[in-house]
Design a protein around this ligand. Sequence first.
Ligand code: BLA
Length: 318
Amino acid sequence: FCVTAKPRLLKSVGVSFGTHSSWRRKRALFQVSAISFQKFIQFALNETKRRTHLVPSPLQVKFNTVNSMDGKTELQMLSFQASKIRLLRSLSIETEAMQVLDFAAFPEPEFDVPIFCANFFATTNTNIMVLDLNPLHDVISRADYKERYYKSLMPLGLKYSELLPWGGKLTGESLKFFSPIVIWTRFTPSQDKFEVLYSAFMDYYEAWLGLINRAVAETDASQIMCNREAQHRYLTWRAEKDPGHGVLKKFIGETMAKDVLRNFLFNGIDELGSRTFLDYFPEYRREDGTINEKRSVMGKSFENRPWDTKGNFIGDHS
Ligand code: BLA
């Protein structure tokens, strides 16, 4: 792996080991406080700054650090933009018992480059991770798109899909937003896995920076429109069905959670298009015309990785 910096995971030093049970307790404590996604964020920001002129986003004024309702937890929000990057934003939450990172980078609509997506949810018992360069256009029907962006990245995807195996069934609808190199995994927390995840994050982010750096701005207005709509559809999906919604609601209440989802995490919904969730996803329409609140109408699907090693879709739901 291209681990550039030796991670310093030990936050508390000088832990003395007493009886076996107190050792176990301390070890458990150590593991909880050991995980932090700050170095992920720092890595990504530093690497981006090395390659482009990154400036704070106007969103930073409203969305910065928010305290949870009980005052015990900080939600840290950072946002930037650059000439080719419409929005680069990060949300992190770190408590003793839970660490969350939602890190994404959205290109300007002149570029059809994939969206960088890292969503990590870690507790003492389990880690749920999605890491991907989410395709802007359908990689199953648009072979040219898949070829252009993912063919050369298949070895990278293959390497990490072996180290971080498929996490089992998931919301079937999510698959349309994932690429053949998606890493969707769950694991019992361990330092080794965490290091593999950090390597994967660094490699995927470097790959994304490479794509955006090389990308040439589209000049055809209809193509730009097409990119804009695809990004709008993606944002609309995520703002409505994000699995993080419940956790955010617990920390900051429903009104603020919705504000963070619509105006920060998936900002662009009000600017990039005017179609609604039900326009894009009519299968979620209930008889009374409202949106079905279930995350999935098609059900949990894809027990196994639905992409072969060449990046062909082999899932049984298309
Ligand atoms: C679970 N998060 C999941 C799952 C996926 C994702 C696939 C498994 C459950 C499922 O099938 O839906 C992530 N899904 C994604 C991503 C896309 C998608 C990235 O469609 C992109 C297109 N997760 C977060 C944040 C929090 C969070 C910010 O990203 C908390 C603040 C929590 N994710 C979270 C929790 C679960 C989860 C609690 C498990 C519980 C559940 O399944 O609802």
